[in-house]
Design a protein around this ligand. Structure first.
Ligand SMILES: [Zn+2]
Length: 277
């Protein structure tokens, strides 16, 4: 009699242990991150439908299927804190950020007017920066960001990388947040991902003919220094569609394409979605 009780007791105990293990396991594997916690990287997340996600205490959009996206600033040094919340749990995830080394180039003895834009264009630059910032702040429900991106040019040769910085006459300039591709004037440019055009301007001071696309949840891409634009604000574009041609408009030293990736105001490395090193 005693023995049978003991066997039953153990059976129950093992059963509950298995249940507990399964529950813990399922819970722990509920969140996935596709991307690396490295400066400048884009990260695609997937959690259970209905979960709430907070990055650095800021609530971000989660799609109906549980997808979310965010990115890591070029110079971020401190840990990233993520909360995944639902009605019965509040999970805290802390991730260390891996630092990168950027290429810093010093050039001295330059003519001052080549280094600083003339005063009469300050107002124009301010207004144009505002337009760009507004396009970046769009927080739509689109979820095109979860699909793979493609290169914007055939035979793309990279001539400039993310994060590099020039120090001209001792003054550190704005870091280069894009990827430059070599390209002849008039070369067709493909949309890297499905998206909605949120800015199409022919003549911005720095970036010339410029396009911005919204891919959802604050993820946007920019194409700069273009020659012709084939799309307008509000257009819905499919990946691979020809959106314009390579040019040298704005402050550019020759025909090339500069593309950028943002998570709201945070500038990310387009290489992290284009799978290039
Ligand atoms: Zn560039």
């Amino acid at each position: 009699m005693q023995r049978r009780h003991l066997v039953n007791f153990l059976r129950k105990k093992i059963f509950y242990l298995i249940l507990l293990y399964l529950f813990t396991y399922v819970n722990a594997s509920a969140v996935e991150f596709n991307g690396k916690f490295i400066q400048g990287h884009f990260i695609l997340g997937k959690t259970k439908a209905g979960d709430q996600v907070f990055i650095d205490k800021k609530k971000i959009k989660v799609s109906k299927n549980g997808y979310f996206a965010f990115g890591i600033d070029r110079d971020r040094k401190y840990d990233l804190v993520i909360y995944i919340k639902n009605s019965n749990s509040n999970k805290k995830i802390i991730r260390k950020i891996i630092k990168r080394k950027y290429n810093i180039q010093r050039i001295d003895g330059l003519e001052e007017k080549k280094v600083t834009p003339p005063e009469e264009v300050y107002e124009r630059i301010k207004n144009e920066n505002k337009l760009i910032a507004e396009a970046r702040e769009i927080n739509s429900d689109l979820n095109f960001f979860k699909n793979k991106f493609i290169l914007p040019l055939e035979n793309a040769i990279i001539t400039g990388v993310y994060g590099s910085q020039r120090i001209l006459n001792g003054k550190p300039r704005w870091p280069h947040y894009g990827i430059d591709f070599a390209g002849d004037l008039g070369t067709p440019i493909k949309a890297m991902a499905d998206g909605v055009v949120t800015l199409a301007e022919n003549d911005l001071y720095f970036t010339g003919a410029t396009l911005i696309f919204d891919h959802g949840h604050g993820i946007s891409t920019l194409y700069m220094h273009m020659d012709e634009l084939f799309v307008e604000k509000g257009d819905i574009v499919k990946q691979g569609d020809i959106i314009g041609t390579v040019g040298s408009s704005g402050r550019s030293t020759g025909p090339h394409l500069d593309v950028r990736l943002n998570w709201f105001g945070t500038r990310l490395d387009p290489a992290t979605v284009l799978n290039i090193k």
